[in-house]
Design a protein around this ligand. Sequence first.
Ligand code: XLS
Ligand code: NI
Ligand code: NI
Length: 437
Amino acid sequence: MSDHFPDLPEVRFEGPDSDNPFCFRFYEPDRLVEGVPMRDHLRFASCFWHTMRNGLGDPFGDPVATMPWEGGRGDSLDLARVRLDAFFELLRKLSIGFWCFHDRDIAPEGDSVAASERNLDAVVSHAEELQRSTGIRPLWGTANLFSHPRYVHGAATADSPEVFARAAAQVATAMEATKRLGGGGYVFWGGREGYSTLLNTDLGLERRHLGRFLELAAGHADAIGFEGSLFIEPKPKEPTIHQYDSDAAACLDFLREFGLLERFDLNIEVNHATLAGHSAEHELRTAALAESLGSIDANMGDDHAGWDTDRFPTDPALAARVMLEVLDAGGFRAGGLNFDAKRRRGSFEPIDLAHAHIAGMDAFARGLLAASAIRADGRLAEMRRDRYAAWDEPLGRRIDAGEATLEDLRDHARDADEPRLASSGQERFESLFWRFL
Ligand code: XLS
Ligand code: NI
Ligand code: NI
């Protein structure tokens, strides 16, 4: 076993009163909640890109993260393997059972498509060994179709079919790698699929090509026997001004239009919901109503900044609202909670990676406990049902059953008294919610 985090012990549950910075105060992997171990409700994953490849540079300054394992190895396959060693050591010590990756995070791009494929293959072999000795598996894999200069105009929506073909090659290989590692899902985040001005953009053509790309990818999944789920990850902007996969509703509509709704589920990212002007729970409920709630990128934004800040989700109330949606939707099947999150630039020491993950895991453990207590208590759901009780009376039933015409309703309204309304009681609901935290 590697020793890249010598100061980090194996992190265990010690309870809310512990002062040990390297323990869980709420996350108790084996504790049963609604009859299921916490571990299986939460299905925590860490992402390779932010955890191992983000040097914490920003538009105003250079990378500052200390990464002792990088030392003097260039961008070699050797270094790629050492990074994986360090990553798996961290995950093992934190009891995180899943990981997520882009092809290019884990293996360097070569000078030809075939060379890139060989690089990935070599690194995946190493990952297989680490997975075997730790039991950690990918929650999902994906292809990076946005960093390389060739993707400056997008990948599937580029103005060049040659670029489309390169992107297709990358997805085919990344999906095969995900399958080989036993990944439960494969993600499509829009990358640079979007536009900045319609003056230079053929919107119809670009959307059509994105539909074709997803159809081809689903076809490849079937061809290679990839049994995992395919996820679309909505995001409204960044890097483009208008991303095609802008929010859950837009994605569902897109999938319906191109006949792909059955094949794809959604991977909802909390901070992307914020950017779209929605709450995370709005996005989750929208996905769940379409039976398309697949997975979650668990992070959070910042009240004072309007971009994808990808903070670690350390807010238990946010986690409770998220977990309430997840539990009400029947829990995760293939998906889970992927910390698509990075440390703040000032938190540049390797040990901060541990603190950040522990904080996120404990917040979600608290959120899960609160959400399940809310469900067991039942009052919130009951109060919500009560608001709509009149729909169980004759008039409501007739409307719902499609048995009343507009004319029938006019006749009814002419004879009826002015409707008597009741308060929607937002504050009453909110104060009940907070009692469980
Ligand atoms: C970027 C996205 C990205 C996806 C994976 O904003 O969140 O990290 O999760 O490509
Ligand atoms: Ni994400
Ligand atoms: Ni994001």
